[in-house]
Every structure is written in C-alpha cells, then in structure tokens.
Design a protein around this ligand. Structure first.
Ligand SMILES: NC(=O)c1ccc[n+]([C@@H]2O[C@H](COP(=O)([O-])OP(=O)(O)OC[C@H]3O[C@@H](n4cnc5c(N)ncnc54)[C@H](OP(=O)(O)O)[C@@H]3O)[C@@H](O)[C@H]2O)c1
Length: 261
C-alpha cells in the first residue's frame, strides 16, 4: 500500500528514542522528511543520523517540552529549516510512577505543562498551516491508561485523559479541512521506559525485573510486550493518505491488554 508520504514532512516529538524514534524511522522509510526532537542534543542527533544512514531524510531539533517557550522554539526551528509540518506526532516523556494520592501540587502543574499543555500549544502553531493547505495529520501518543487506568501510574492516567478529550474536540473542528486527528494508545510496548518502569516496580516490591515483566506479560492476551515497529506501523498508516477517513479515533496497540470493548 502506498501511504503517499513521499512529499510530506513529519515533526515527531519525543523521538530521540523509544516509540517516537520508531515512528519517525518508519515515516522516513515511507519517504517522509522527518524532524526529530528531544532534550538530549547528542542522542537526538544520533537518532537523526541513524535514519539518514538508513537512507531517510531526517534532522534533529533540541527542545524541552517542560520549557514554556517550546512551541515558539519549534515554530522558529521549522522556519529556519524551511519546512512546513504536514504530520505532527505529539509524544512526550512519561511521568514518574506512583499513586494518585499525595502528588505534590507543583508536580501536577509541571507534568501538565510538559505532557499536555505543550503538546496543545505545539498543535496550535502547526495545525493552522495544515488547514490552510487542506491536508494534515495529528497523532497523539497517549496510553492504555486513558481507557483502563494502570495501577501506580496515577499522573499518566489522569493527565493523558485530557489529551483524549482535546484530540476528539480538535478532530471535529478541522475535519472539513482535510486534517485528521487521532490518538494512539500503546499497551506495553518494549522500550527503555518500560524497562525502567519494570525496574522501579521490582525495587518497590522486592521482586526481580524479570518477575515483574512476566507478571505484566501474563495480563496481555498476545502474551508478550509489543515491538516498537508494531506501534509505528499503525502510526504510519494513520499518518498516510489511505487513512483520510479515520479521525477522532482512539486506536489501541495493546496486544488485547485493554479488556473493555
Ligand atoms: N512504551 C510503552 O509501552 C508506553 C505505554 C503507554 C504510554 N507510553 C508513553 O508514550 C511515551 C513514549 O514512550 P517511550 O516508551 O518511547 O518513552 P521513552 O523511551 O522514555 O522516550 C521518551 C522520549 O521523549 C523524550 N522526552 C522526554 N522528556 C522530554 C521533554 N521534557 N522534552 C522533550 N522531549 C522529552 C525523550 O528524549 P530526551 O530524553 O532526549 O528528551 C525520548 O525521546 C511516554 O510518554 C510513555 O509514558 C509508553
């Protein structure tokens, strides 16, 4: 299937590693020019270089989503690069694990800024251009926790639900302009963050990280963690031309982990 991405530019947030990097790599392999983002300059540059080495078109931009000026910085960076954004992948770092009670007020505010508000502001910079050109894709990477809250990921469950409401609202507002807006909810996709969360759970419970991972796998009907490429393939489809009639959706990539219909 031709996804029609050859002349498109994708800005992928949180793409120096993990899900974001995999999504950027697949979009680049499908012909898109990709712009990678992360806080860590060296890692983000190395990620872009890995895509270029594989024959793709990629550049790196350093940005911290915790920074209130991040949306303006990205707008300026794209202008400097002479690129317009056709595909915007809203991804961020994950919050610390923990129960929902006892979170410091300042932590709520800071995490809301980096995980929710900044993504909305960045969409505010780039979606008007998509509307004006009559084509665009906005993909938000959330979490299975927005459908079925995950124990001990209180901040994630709470704040990411806001992104789902925002995404659905935006989808209706821009649908007639050729812009689709969808949310992807990963279940348990194997990345460094998942390893870090398993290690933290092991420390908390006195089990080994492998025992924690085995317990986790046992809750997934497919019986294993997902591969980053499996999520990226869904993202690439949603970003492509053939998905023009899919908008306002929450798409699960979870190996059947979420038990509700
Ligand atoms: N993997 C899963 O199964 C899963 C499931 C549900 C939800 N999620 C969520 O999906 C997102 C991606 O997951 P992942 O597993 O790929 O996480 P990850 O391995 O931790 O990658 C996060 C990416 O975001 C960047 N980042 C983190 N904080 C940032 C900030 N303040 N400003 C700019 N960039 C920032 C990181 O790069 P730098 O360090 O260079 O900034 C990195 O490229 C996370 O929010 C995670 O919680 C993942």
């Amino acid at each position: 299937m031709d996804l029609g991405l050859t002349n498109k530019t994708a800005l992928v947030l949180g793409s120096s590693r993990g899900l974001g990097l995999s999504v950027a790599s697949v979009l680049a392999a499908e012909g898109a020019q990709v712009v990678l983002c992360g806080r860590n300059e060296e890692r983000t540059r190395a990620a872009a270089e890995s895509i270029v080495a594989a024959g793709g078109r990629a550049v790196a931009v350093t940005v911290d989503l915790a920074d209130a000026g991040a949306a303006a910085q990205l707008g300026a960076a794209m202008e400097r690069l002479g690129l317009t954004v056709d595909i915007l992948v809203l991804n961020s770092g994950g919050p610390p694990p923990g129960s929902v009670l006892g979170v410091e007020p300042g932590t709520w505010t800071a995490q809301f800024g980096a995980m929710v508000q900044r993504l909305i502001e960045i969409a505010g910079v780039f979606v008007p251009g998509m509307r004006a050109r009559g084509w665009g894709r906005v993909l938000t990477i959330a979490s299975s926790g927005v459908v079925q809250p995950i124990p001990n990921l209180g901040i994630s469950n709470t704040l990411r639900a806001a992104l789902v409401g925002w995404s659905k609202t935006l989808a209706a507002e821009v649908a007639s302009d050729g812009v689709t807006v969808n949310t992807i909810v990963p279940g348990r996709i194997h990345t460094e963050r998942v390893d870090e969360l398993d290690a933290a759970a092991a420390k908390r419970t006195g089990k080994t990280a492998e025992e924690i991972a085995a317990q986790s796998r046992a809750t997934i009907p497919v019986g294993r963690y997902g591969k980053v490429e499996e999520l990226a393939a869904v993202a690439a489809f949603l970003a492509g031309e053939p998905a023009a009639y899919v908008t306002g959706s929450v798409v699960r990539v979870d190996g059947g982990m979420i038990r509700s219909v």
